[in-house]
Design a protein around this ligand. Structure first.
Ligand SMILES: Nc1ncnc2c1ncn2[C@@H]1O[C@H](COP(=O)(O)OP(=O)(O)O)[C@@H](O)[C@H]1O
Ligand SMILES: [Mg+2]
Length: 301
């Protein structure tokens, strides 16, 4: 059973589709990276799943049930746009109000639990407005995971965070999925960060999901390339082009694509009398996959 199954979902504003017959499948236990340019429909999709907007058509199923089913709604936590916290209230007071809204039993134990997860157990009495951006985002996560939801929906939660803030956020999200069995849908355009934790990806363009694949599938598709720095770059470039079909200059390196063994290239160049400064083996990652997909107009084929 999947955590989210969306079929043919549409939502338009003033006659323009923000979400256009979108299909999407998020497996249980996944950290699903939801990727797309500004205005492609990520936030709208997430708001539809959360019931903040009413769709024009299509279906959303969460854990095998219709998304409007009250039993399933209680299992969804979200952080979309802002945390909804009162700036003048403390972290604890904000969480306490949310436990009342949700009607949770043993609120103090639950508040302790979520504060530990977001590593803010020592900051409960700080006023929300005095918290750093990184802390505010973690409080947003804490608010969203009160009541131990099975699905957590996050809209660009790492925007504006510094390196340390992003690392802590990554660790928190991995902790929530590994140790609490939560499924996470996270939109972001910071692909390098997403790639460190995501198990699945969905790429949205103009309201349509144009690619959906697991991290393992991305790994399998991603081609290996070799970057070469030689003393005589022009001569090395010409030699490589005469032997390999896919060679181009990228910055200060010559990039030879679709090669499995860098040794083969080293061998070839040394035999040709080229002096080499550097040879690196790389793999095309999420960023390159995304850029290539977008340059083809968003078709995965
Ligand atoms: N409440 C709204 N009213 C009118 N247009 C909207 C509204 N919300 C989103 N849109 C439009 O829908 C499209 C998708 O927006 P959004 O889902 O916010 O994209 P993303 O989150 O990927 O940046 C954009 O063209 C945006 O201008
Ligand atoms: Mg958005």
């Amino acid at each position: 059973m999947n955590a989210i199954e969306i079929r043919d979902l549409s939502k338009s504003f003033r006659g323009m589709y923000a979400v256009d017959h979108l299909n999407m499948t998020v497996p249980r236990g996944a950290i699903y990276g939801f990727i797309g340019e500004n205005g492609s429909g990520k936030s709208t999709t997430e708001k539809l799943i959360c019931g903040h907007l009413v769709p024009d058509g299509g279906s959303i199923r969460l854990f095998g049930r219709d998304y409007t089913d009250p039993g399933v709604r209680a299992r969804v936590g979200a952080l979309i746009e802002n945390t909804g916290c009162f700036p003048g209230s403390s972290v604890y007071q904000n969480l306490r109000m949310q436990t009342i809204n949700l009607g949770l039993e043993n609120p103090d134990a639950e508040i302790d639990r979520v504060l530990k997860i977001v590593r803010m157990e020592d900051s409960a009495h700080i006023k929300f407005k005095s918290c750093s951006l990184g802390m505010k985002q973690r409080i947003g996560i804490a608010m969203a995971i009160l009541g131990d939801p099975a699905l957590l929906i996050l809209d660009e939660p790492i925007n504006g965070l510094d390196t340390d803030g992003m690392r802590i956020m990554r660790e928190i999200l991995v902790d929530i999925t590994k140790n609490y069995g939560c499924t996470v849908l996270i939109s972001s355009h910071i692909l390098g960060e997403l790639e460190k934790i995501a198990t699945h990806y969905g790429i949205i363009r103009r309201g349509k999901l144009v690619a959906e694949l697991s991290a393992a599938e991305l790994e399998g598709r991603s081609r290996v390339f070799v970057s070469v720095k030689a003393r005589d770059m022009q001569r090395a470039h010409e030699a490589l082009r005469s032997k390999y079909p896919n060679v181009r200059v990228e910055g200060e390196y010559i990039r030879v694509c679709d090669v499995n063994e860098p040794e083969e290239i080293v061998d070839f160049l040394l035999r040709g009398g080229h002096a080499l400064y550097e040879v690196k083996k790389n793999r095309v990652g999420l960023e390159e996959y995304y850029v290539e997909l977008m340059s083809k107009g968003g078709s995965a084929k």
